[in-house]
Design a protein around this ligand. Structure first.
Ligand code: ADP
Ligand code: MG
Length: 239
């Protein structure tokens, strides 16, 4: 079976200018990520991991190079189309959860759907509850984020990322703010989502988390210095 190329980065560069300093946060990144892959990105602090994820997720644009999502060159899209791709095709999971503090769990998860046309309130609610059930948080719909543990908040954040059925989940240090027990729970959840077909790109500095992925990419000074695939694991295909 031929794999579909989901994300294609062709000679991507990103420069930041600060006072007289020029930082090439990404320096000629060439990467292809296929549908269904589980990829871990590691490397020392400041090597460009978050910048790479934000370019992949259309949170920032590259300075040079070409980027294709599902065969479509991002630069060919106008701002409205780019916002649509960001909302529909990309699910983000951040280290700091980034839930809206004065909205309850259900409203937080529904939030990305409110930017979509053609969904009724009832449909939005059903989709949010379905996503929250996947992360085992459907029993806390009316809680506010501050009333949940860190691990629970991250599970809600994962439900919010999943609710719109994105083509890829981009995770930036998803266990960075969690104790080891909650971190393990989140890693198990990502593993389950992968087995159910999700494409996952995860930035992590934790070697154990990186082990769980099928493919490990190392960055150094904005460059890919290693890109290795583990032997394929034999697991049944879910869903
Ligand atoms: P990592 O996530 O691997 O720690 P980042 O992608 O955050 O690294 O940063 C890569 C490099 O780009 C660093 O040198 C950082 O200081 C620089 N950088 C990141 N964001 C900005 C910004 N908004 N303005 C200026 N420099 C930045
Ligand atoms: Mg970072």
């Amino acid at each position: 079976m031929t794999k579909k190329h989901l994300l294609e980065l062709h000679a991507i560069k990103k420069v930041f200018h600060t006072e007289e300093l020029e930082t090439w946060a990404l320096d000629d990144i060439r990467l292809t990520i296929d549908e269904g892959e589980y990829v871990a990105i590691s490397g020392p602090s400041g090597c460009g991991k978050s910048t790479l994820l934000s370019v992949m997720g259309l949170l920032s644009s590259s300075t040079e190079g070409k980027y294709f999502i599902d065969g479509v060159e991002v630069a060919s899209l106008g701002p409205v189309e780019q916002a649509r791709v960001r909302n529909q095709d990309i699910g983000f999971i951040f280290q700091a959860f980034n839930l809206v503090g004065d909205m309850n769990v259900l409203d937080n998860v529904e939030l990305p759907l409110t930017f979509r046309s053609g969904l009724s309130r009832k449909e939005r609610k059903e989709m949010a509850i379905e996503a929250l059930t996947k992360v085992d948080m459907a029993h806390r719909l009316k809680h506010l984020p501050a009333q949940l543990s860190g691990g629970q908040q991250q599970r809600v954040a994962i439900a919010r990322a999943l609710v719109g059925k994105p083509k890829v989940l981009l995770c930036d240090e998803p266990t960075g703010n969690l104790d080891s027990r909650n971190a393990e729970m989140v890693m198990e959840l990502l593993d389950t989502l992968h087995k159910q077909g999700s494409t996952i790109v995860m930035v992590t500095h934790d070697p154990r988390s990186a082990e769980q992925a099928e493919r490990k990419i190392m960055l150094f000074d904005g460059k890919v210095v290693e890109d290795s695939r583990a032997a394929p694991k034999l697991h049944s295909i879910g869903e």
